[in-house]
Design a protein. Structure first.
Length: 367
C-alpha cells in the first residue's frame, strides 16, 4: 500500500460525509428549481424574510423555511439578519446565473432534478434489473419525458439555430436549410429541436421520428399551435429504418441529439440513418463527451453524474426488448468505430463550445 492509497483511506470518512451532504443538497436544489423558488428569489434585489419569499412564489411558508435551511448550510443562499434579529435570505446573482431558467444554455439548475426524478421513478425497477438483467421500457419513465423536454428547451432554444447549425460545414448547412432541404431528427421526443428548426427555415421539410407515440402527439400539438406546415412526425423504432423503402435515400440532413446511446439496437439505428440519407447527405450526431474506456473517464468532471444517469435510464432503456444496453458512456472511440461500421466513410469529431457535455460527430455519406 503506497502513501497515496493510505491518504485516500484516511480521507474516506470525510468523503462519505460529503456524499451524504451533497446528495441531500442535490435533492433540495431539484425541488427549488421545480417549484421556481430559485427564479423567484432571483427577482429580489436585496435579502428578504421567508414570509415575503413564500408569498411571492405561492408556497407554504414552513416548507420554504426548511428548504432555505438546506440552501444556507449548502452555500447556495446567503443568510443575513435585520436589526430585530429576523433571518433574511438572498440568492447571489452569480449563483442565479447558473441555476435559474434565465440561465438559458448555462442552466445547471435543470439538471438538479434528474437524479431525484430517476430515483423516484425507477429505483425499484433498476434494483430488480441487477437480479434479472432485464431492461426497462420507456413507458416506465413518464415524468422523465417531461424533464427531457425541459432540458432540450434549455439546451436548444438559445444555441441550436444561432450557433450550432452555423458551425456545421462552416455555414454551408444553414445555406442549404434556407434554400430548402429534407431534414429528420431521430429520437425527437416532443420535437423541441425540430420545431425550432422548422420555424427558422420555412423552405425546408422536417420529419421527427421517435418510438414513443405519446411524445409525438405532444410534438404534433405544438407544431399545430404554431401553424407549422413543414413538419411531420412518425412513430418508428430507429432500428427498423433500413427497411423503410419510402425513406431510403430521401434525406439531406439527419440529426440525433443524445438519442443514439438510448437505442436498443444502436448499430442497426446507425445503419438505418446511413440508408435513409441521400448520397452526400450529412448526419450530425450529438452525444456524450467521454472516453470508451473507464480509465479515460477517471478525471471526467461529470463522470459520477453521467454514469449514474446511464445506470438509471440510458442503459436499462437500451436493454429493453433484448437490446444491447449501450449506455450513455459508450464514448468517443466506440462511437467513431460504430459510425464507420455503419457505412460513414467521413467521420469528424468536434467539440461544442456551448455544450461541454457533448461532442458533435459530423458524418457524411459518400457521394
Amino acid at each position: 500500500m503506497n502513501d497515496q492509497t493510505e491518504s485516500n483511506g484516511n480521507d474516506f470518512p470525510k468523503k462519505l460525509t460529503d456524499i451524504l451532504n451533497y446528495g441531500a443538497l442535490n435533492l433540495a436544489m431539484g425541488l427549488g428549481y421545480r417549484t421556481r423558488l430559485f427564479d423567484i428569489m432571483d427577482t429580489f434585489d436585496k435579502p428578504q424574510p421567508v414570509a415575503t419569499i413564500s408569498k411571492k412564489v405561492g408556497l407554504n411558508e414552513r416548507y420554504v423555511q426548511e428548504w432555505l435551511g438546506i440552501m444556507v448550510t449548502g452555500g447556495i443562499v446567503d443568510l443575513y439578519q435585520d436589526q430585530d434579529g429576523q433571518d433574511l435570505f438572498h440568492l447571489p446573482k452569480t449563483h442565479a446565473d447558473l441555476i435559474t431558467r434565465r440561465s438559458e444554455n448555462n442552466n445547471m439548475g435543470v439538471y438538479m432534478q434528474e437524479i431525484p426524478l430517476l430515483t423516484a421513478t425507477v429505483f425499484d425497477a433498476v434494483e430488480n434489473g441487477f437480479r434479472t438483467g432485464k431492461g426497462i421500457s420507456y413507458e416506465m419513465y413518464p415524468g422523465f419525458q417531461k424533464f427531457m423536454t425541459e432540458l432540450a428547451d434549455a439546451k436548444h432554444r438559445q444555441v441550436l439555430v444561432s450557433r450550432f447549425l452555423p458551425s456545421v460545414e462552416n455555414g454551408e448547412m444553414v445555406k442549404k436549410l434556407r434554400e430548402g432541404i429534407s431534414v429528420c431528427d431521430m429520437g425527437c421526443g416532443e420535437g423541441t429541436a425540430l420545431i425550432l428548426m422548422a420555424e427558422a427555415f420555412p423552405k425546408s421539410r422536417f420529419l421527427g421520428i421517435d418510438i414513443s407515440g405519446t411524445v409525438l402527439e405532444m410534438g404534433e400539438s405544438m407544431a399545430k399551435e404554431k401553424d407549422l406546415r413543414n413538419i411531420n412526425f412518425k412513430k418508428r423504432d430507429c432500428a427498423t429504418l433500413k427497411e423503410d423503402m419510402e425513406l431510403r435515400g430521401s434525406l439531406d440532413y439527419v440529426t440525433a441529439f443524445d438519442a443514439i446511446h438510448d437505442q436498443t439496437q444502436p448499430m442497426k439505428a446507425l445503419e438505418g440513418i446511413h440508408a435513409i440519407l441521400k448520397d452526400g447527405g450529412v448526419f450530425s450526431m450529438v452525444d456524450i463527451a467521454a472516453g470508451s474506456d473507464l480509465a479515460k473517464n477517471m478525471d471526467h468532471p461529470m463522470g459520477m453524474f453521467l454514469y449514474t444517469v446511464s445506470l438509471m435510464h440510458c442503459m436499462p432503456v437500451g436493454l429493453a426488448n433484448g437490446g444491447t444496453g449501450l449506455g450513455m458512456m459508450w464514448g468517443r472511440e466506440k462511437a467513431v468505430e460504430m459510425l464507420q461500421g455503419a457505412g460513414f466513410a467521413q467521420v469528424e469529431v468536434k467539440e461544442i463550445p456551448e455544450d461541454p457535455f457533448n461532442l458533435h460527430f459530423y458524418c457524411r455519406k459518400q457521394d
